[in-house]
Write a protein that binds this ligand. Structure first.
Ligand SMILES: [Zn+2]
Ligand SMILES: [Zn+2]
Length: 413
């Protein structure tokens, strides 16, 4: 009979051995985040749709791609499209002592036509630091992302950096840009021709030739920063320089969300085609908490897409799926008692051990051992106990039962 169900459109399962790479990636990120003073934040995968609507009315993420629906209680629910708005919601709900530094891992959703590298459910690791406007925290957040990429072995990354200003300097810039674009309205792409006033800065982010050409000489926020924003950005740059972190100033960087202010950044990889080359990004959102009903509270964070990062790793030939998944595989043709006891002893000694079940033939158990990815196999037969290597050729070696665990521990060292 053919299987009746498949994973929903735009989603996927991750099984071993690939899932071992997910586990290793998350463990690496968790270790770094904790080292930088971030605590794990576990959050619902869905929220009241208003949490996201309030912060992104003019963005595709919210306008077109939100995975929302009405639940049985008549509530309008959205599967989270991104992490920052709901973290701000949690901050307002629980009042943690600022600065509140939280890291997370989990799925994000968008209801979009699935294509390569864009799924309806993808996964991200990220951090948010809420309650301080200090430029040094911007540097820490960016440094954490850079250190994470470096730990994976990625080298062909570029950090794109800009400042999007604040409530003091942005309104005047926005008006200036709007006027510039309205003068060139008929030169813009179909999507942006009639949507200039909604959010003129989005036009700068458009990759279509028409918009790229029309905005070639457009004014940039980075050249219109007020004194405070300019000083803040200078401090961020000084901090990155002090940490030896290379970056490119990218005045057209806007990011797909409305709430960004001041420091805004994105990572791209030269190992992938330009349409799919962003592996993550983030920035400040100093006005977001206020938009959600709180008192003015600054914040900054980033989200990094796990699938995109793994594609970049494959392209660079780094952070491969681990070859060795087990230390020892136990073969037992004497009835199973020995396999049961030896597997337990090996695990108690801290080794990764598995065994064959169902009392199969020696040949079938050896096949399972080879398939398991273990380095060594122990075979318990009527003739005695032998240890053999699985990854490279070698003759089985006889071992005494009493010395078995210590011999294996020794050989695996
Ligand atoms: Zn456009
Ligand atoms: Zn400003």
């Amino acid at each position: 009979m053919a299987p009746q169900f498949k994973a929903p459109k735009g989603t996927f399962d991750v099984l071993g051995p690939d899932s071992a790479r997910y586990a290793a990636l998350v463990a690496l990120f968790a270790e770094l985040a904790v080292r930088y003073g971030f605590e794990l934040l576990v959050q619902p995968m869905f929220e009241d749709v208003g949490v996201f609507q309030r912060v992104g009315e003019s963005t595709d993420v919210v306008r077109k791609e939100m995975y929302d629906f009405e639940d049985k209680g008549g509530r309008r629910i959205a599967l989270r499209p991104e992490g920052t708005a709901q973290t701000a919601r949690a901050y307002l709900e629980h009042h943690p002592t600022p600065p509140w530094k939280a890291w997370y891992v989990g799925p994000k959703f968008r209801y979009d036509r699935p294509q390569k590298g864009r799924y309806r459910q993808h996964h991200e690791v990220g951090v948010e630091a809420i309650g301080t406007a200090d430029a040094d925290v911007d540097v820490e957040v960016i440094a954490l992302a850079c250190e994470f990429y470096a730990a994976l072995g990625l080298t062909r990354l570029t950090l794109h950096l800009t400042s999007l200003g604040d409530a003091t300097c942005r309104p005047a810039y926005r008006a200036e840009l709007e006027a510039y674009l309205l003068e060139r309205q008929d030169q813009l792409c179909d999507e942006h021709r009639d949507r200039i006033t909604e959010n003129p800065m989005r036009v700068l982010d458009c990759k279509r030739d028409a918009c790229v050409k029309a905005t070639k000489d457009a004014p940039h926020m980075i050249d219109r920063l007020c004194e405070d924003c300019a000083a803040h950005f200078a401090r961020v740059r000084a901090g990155l320089d002090a940490a030896g972190i290379a970056y490119e100033i990218d005045p057209s960087l806007v990011r797909g969300l409305d709430y960004y202010t001041r420091t805004t950044f994105e990572f791209s990889t030269a190992a992938l085609e330009s349409a799919q080359n962003a592996t993550g990004g983030g920035g400040r959102y100093d006005g977001l908490i206020e938009q959600l009903g709180g008192s003015p509270t600054p914040g900054i964070g980033f989200g990094l897409g796990i699938e995109r990062i793994l594609i970049a790793c494959d392209a660079e030939g780094v952070f491969p799926v681990p070859k060795e998944r087990l230390d020892v595989f136990v073969i037992d043709t004497t009835g199973g008692d020995a396999a049961r006891d030896i597997a337990r002893e090996l695990r108690a000694a801290g080794l990764r051990a598995d065994r064959a079940f169902d009392n199969r033939s020696f040949k079938s158990q050896l096949t399972a051992a080879l398939r398991s990815g273990a380095r060594l196999a122990v075979a318990i037969e009527d003739a005695g106990i032998t240890v053999r290597t699985l990854q490279e050729k070698g003759e089985p070696v006889a071992v005494e039962r009493a010395n078995l665990v210590s011999t294996l521990t020794e050989r695996l060292r």
